[in-house]
Design a protein around this ligand. Structure first.
Ligand SMILES: NC(=O)C1=CN([C@@H]2O[C@H](COP(=O)(O)OP(=O)(O)OC[C@H]3O[C@@H](n4cnc5c(N)ncnc54)[C@H](O)[C@@H]3O)[C@@H](O)[C@H]2O)[C@H](O)CC1
Ligand SMILES: [K+]
Length: 514
């Protein structure tokens, strides 16, 4: 499912209208009708609907919806934010139609507005759409505040008014919708925080703009869907043996963080790797031994410290020689000479490499070392690690997650997984996938280690690095959602997640189209 910016939407709209010859009026009719149908499917006939219409095309969509809802048996009243004379072309055309159809309407004045608001049972927000510039001005601001304060359900047309369609930032005020009917394609702001929270449930409705028009206009951002993920899942081969499913080598679990590497290793086992080896500083080995029976442990000479140090890169490369993928980071710790350590691995490891956690901290000391790699590389930063890699603030990262992830991936030719709500997976070609699964219960220590193990496991099994990342991220979030259903978000722990990977895999795999 494509995700567009307002600029991309504008070009696609123009292309559909001018080159494909589908008039703007037809698109608006489809848009308003789609909104009405969504409302009809959720609210019983007779529900009193108040439609708030702005001056542009978003308002026009609302006016079309008013016409269809009235016809379907909903008492409707329309309030225009501006005088009828200042409505833009298509909205003016639609306003004239609702008058001819005898639909009750008025122009905004505080008294009428509050009276209609208190009588209504459902509000349609058609004030501002993708043409919004800056914070809602008067009287839009007052209308938005009052609509929110009414606590009545709100269906937003295209985006909640006050939302920045491109980055998910919300103005003060911004509509808090129960449901948003996004037209033609999802807008970026609906899958970025805090926008997603203001949008409520999102439904995307077709309005006549063909799907391929997005591709034609170079849209490279999409939302992962369950169907697509199911399609990536490969059945195991009847004659397969453990060698068929690859050997993962993980490096981490220093004395203070033994659990991190173990979580990753265990998750790699549960995601299907043939064999999993965890490299640990020799002195930390007793603490790691016997905790996950399926995992082999490789002690790395550590002078009795239980920590990593620069020279251990040599040992790691030797130990990894016969493995299919190397993942460095969970519980690695920070140490003197870390940059040299990482540079050696980056330069000399000739197969897929995954860098997470403290490996990303080490990488941030000189990101350009990534240019020395030609083999597949996957980075899995959370926003703090991403900020360090870019030398900017976390707020800067969060402001433009998609753009930062994409630029980094294309610049350094890596797969970049920017974690957080709506994890962004960026491919070295500039393709970006956004993940819809997961919940706040997963914001707890160790879940990142689990993800790293899952990605490593899939790469070892021969999945393409980008597809492995998309599949692992989706599955990881879906596993968290399934677990939260069972035990609640509060109680969710990284270790429990691992046991739920298998059942979640089966559940998704069943959606596969044969
Ligand atoms: N063919 C199409 O283009 C279709 C568009 N659809 C809907 O149209 C909107 C986008 O419409 P547009 O007219 O470009 O902009 P808006 O309706 O979002 O509003 C712009 C309007 O409002 C004024 N304005 C801008 N910023 C502010 C502000 N901060 N405060 C107050 N007023 C503001 C500005 O002057 C403009 O006149 C899209 O979201 C869809 O809903 C349909 O889908 C059909 C096809
Ligand atoms: K809106």
């Amino acid at each position: 499912m494509f995700i567009v910016t307002s600029q991309e939407m504008k070009s696609i709209d123009a292309f559909t209208i001018e080159s494909l010859g589908l008039p703007a009026r037809v698109l608006m009719e489809n848009a308003g009708y789609a909104v009405a149908r969504v409302i009809e499917s959720r609210y019983p006939k007779g529900t009193r609907v108040l439609i708030l219409a702005g001056k542009g095309n978003n308002g026009g969509d609302g006016l079309v919806a008013a016409r269809h809802l009235a016809d379907a048996g909903y008492p409707v009243h329309v309030i225009l934010a501006v005088a009828a004379a200042s409505l833009s072309g298509e909205a003016a055309f639609q306003y004239e139609r609702i008058q001819r159809f005898g639909i009750s309407s008025s122009m905004y004045d505080p008294f009428t507005f509050h009276r209609e608001l208190s009588r209504s049972e459902l509000i349609v927000d058609a004030l501002l759409g993708t043409g919004t510039k800056g914070s809602p001005r008067h009287p839009y601001d007052e209308m938005i505040v009052a609509a929110n304060e009414s606590r009545k359900p709100i269906v937003a047309v295209d985006i909640p008014s006050g939302l920045d369609a491109d980055n998910g930032h919300v103005s003060q005020p911004c509509i808090r919708a129960t449901c948003t009917v996004s037209l033609a394609f999802l807008k970026r702001g609906l899958v970025s925080q805090p926008g997603a929270e203001y949008a409520g449930e999102c439904v995307v409705e077709r309005i006549g703009i063909p799907h391929w028009a997005a591709e034609r206009h170079g849209v490279k951002t999409r939302l992962l869907t369950e169907m697509e993920i199911a399609g990536l899942m490969r059945p195991r081969h009847p004659s397969g043996h453990k060698g068929t499913y690859g050997h993962v080598m993980l490096v981490g679990s220093c004395r203070r963080m033994v659990g991190a590497g173990l979580l990753a290793a265990h998750a790699a086992v549960r995601t299907g790797a043939g064999l999993v080896t965890l490299g640990v500083p020799a002195s930390a080995l007793p603490a790691a031994a016997g905790r996950v029976l399926e995992v082999m442990l490789t002690p790395l000479p550590d002078n009795g410290t239980g920590e990593y140090y620069a020279d251990m890169a040599e040992e790691i490369l030797l130990a990894a020689e016969d493995k299919d993928v190397l993942a460095v980071g969970p519980g690695l710790g920070r140490f003197a000479g870390g940059e040299t350590f990482l540079r050696k691995i980056i330069r000399e490891w000739p197969k897929p490499l995954i860098l997470d956690a403290d490996a990303l901290y080490l990488l941030a000391q000189d990101v350009t070392m990534l240019r020395e790699r030609t083999d597949p590389t996957i980075l899995t930063p959370h926003p703090g690690e991403m900020a360090r890699l870019l030398g900017c603030s976390i707020a800067d990262v969060q402001m433009a997650r998609i753009d930062h992830a994409r630029t980094f991936a294309t610049t350094y030719q890596v797969t970049l997984v920017l974690k957080g709500n709506y994890t962004v997976i960026a491919h070295k070609t500039g393709d970006v996938a956004i993940n819809p699964t997961g919940n706040p219960g997963m914001a707890t220590g160790g879940t990142g280690d689990v993800l790293t193990g899952m990605i490593a496991s899939l790469v070892a099994q021969g999945y393409d690095p980008y597809e492995a990342s998309c599949l692992a991220v989706y599955l990881h979030g879906a596993t968290g959602d399934r677990l939260a259903e069972k035990i609640g978000q509060q109680a969710l722990a990284a270790g429990d997640l691992i046991e739920e990977i298998g059942p979640t895999w089966i559940e998704i795999e069943r959606k596969r189209l044969f």
